[in-house]
Design a binder for this molecule. Structure first.
Ligand code: ADP
Ligand code: MG
Length: 245
């Protein structure tokens, strides 16, 4: 592949005060690529993906997203945030707004879209996650799996080029995990660039181009899923896999 990478981490380092949380991260993601990030709790996975839309700042190295370098320039940050959708473990929907209002908030108030247009587009995204009939309900009237699908639809409303997922199924009851993974798999089939922190290894096998394993703030190993699961190279990787598989 010769396409320019859409995300480039170049010797990126980050500290929380004096705790060195990300160490010399080098990672390039190609347009349309699906990356699954895994690793023990506290290894820096959330921090890594939160840097991509600058929910966290880095102190050293470079991070370039779709040609825009992230730093103190707020215009650059705003530009990147328009291209990057994010889905969190705890859905983060506004409880006092209906599903449709949650979806049109940013398009109307941030992207300045006319309300009718934003609503029509939002309904399309709700259809995509198969939940259009719930548009006028409030988040807490929905199941966890439905709320997470709404959160995915909300991210899609800004027509992102990149979607970041931070353990999107970890807070769900087991019977709701699949409905969320199915939506993510569908999205993957449409050429979206995706970086997913997840321990759903079935999902990794089904859609990931690469699995990235982190430990103690470092990328320790990365490989296509077939290779990662059948022939993990490092001791730490094997140890991790023995605990989750
Ligand atoms: P993971 O997502 O892999 O569990 P995180 O990126 O959330 O890891 O956290 C990595 C490490 O950084 C952990 O030790 C965590 O306690 C610490 N950490 C995370 N957020 C903060 C913060 N805002 N301030 C200080 N330390 C933090
Ligand atoms: Mg995390």
């Amino acid at each position: 592949m010769t396409a320019e990478p859409i995300i480039v981490f170049d010797k990126l380092n980050k500290w929380y005060e004096d705790f060195h949380v990300l160490k010399d991260i080098d990672l390039s993601v190609a347009p349309g690529e699906k990356i699954v990030v895994c690793g023990p709790s506290g290894s820096g996975k959330s921090t890594l993906i939160r840097c991509v839309n600058r929910l966290e700042e880095h102190q050293e190295g470079r991070l370039v997203v779709d040609g825009v370098e992230l730093g103190d320039d707020l215009k650059a940050v705003e530009l990147v945030r328009r291209k990057v959708g994010m889905v969190f473990q705890q859905f983060n929907l506004f409880p006092h707004m209906t599903v449709l209002e949650n979806l049109t908030l940013a398009p109307v108030f941030v992207a300045k879209k006319p309300k009718a247009e934003a609503e029509a587009h939002a309904m399309k995204q709700l259809e995509r996650v198969r939940i259009a009939e719930q548009a006028h309900k409030y988040p807490l009237q929905l199941s966890g799996g439905q709320q997470q699908r709404v959160a995915i639809a909300r991210a899609l409303c800004l027509t992102p080029k990149i979607m970041l997922f931070d353990e999107p199924t970890s807070a769900l009851d087991p019977e709701m995990i699949n409905e969320v993974l199915e939506v993510m798999i569908e999205l993957a089939g449409h050429g979206m660039t995706m970086v997913c922190v997840t321990h759903e290894m079935g999902f990794a096998k089904a859609v990931a181009d690469r699995v990235v394993f982190m430990d103690q703030g470092q990328i320790v190993e990365q490989a296509p899923p077939e290779e990662f699961f059948s022939n993990p190279k490092g001791e730490r990787t094997r140890d991790f896999l023995s605990k989750i598989l």
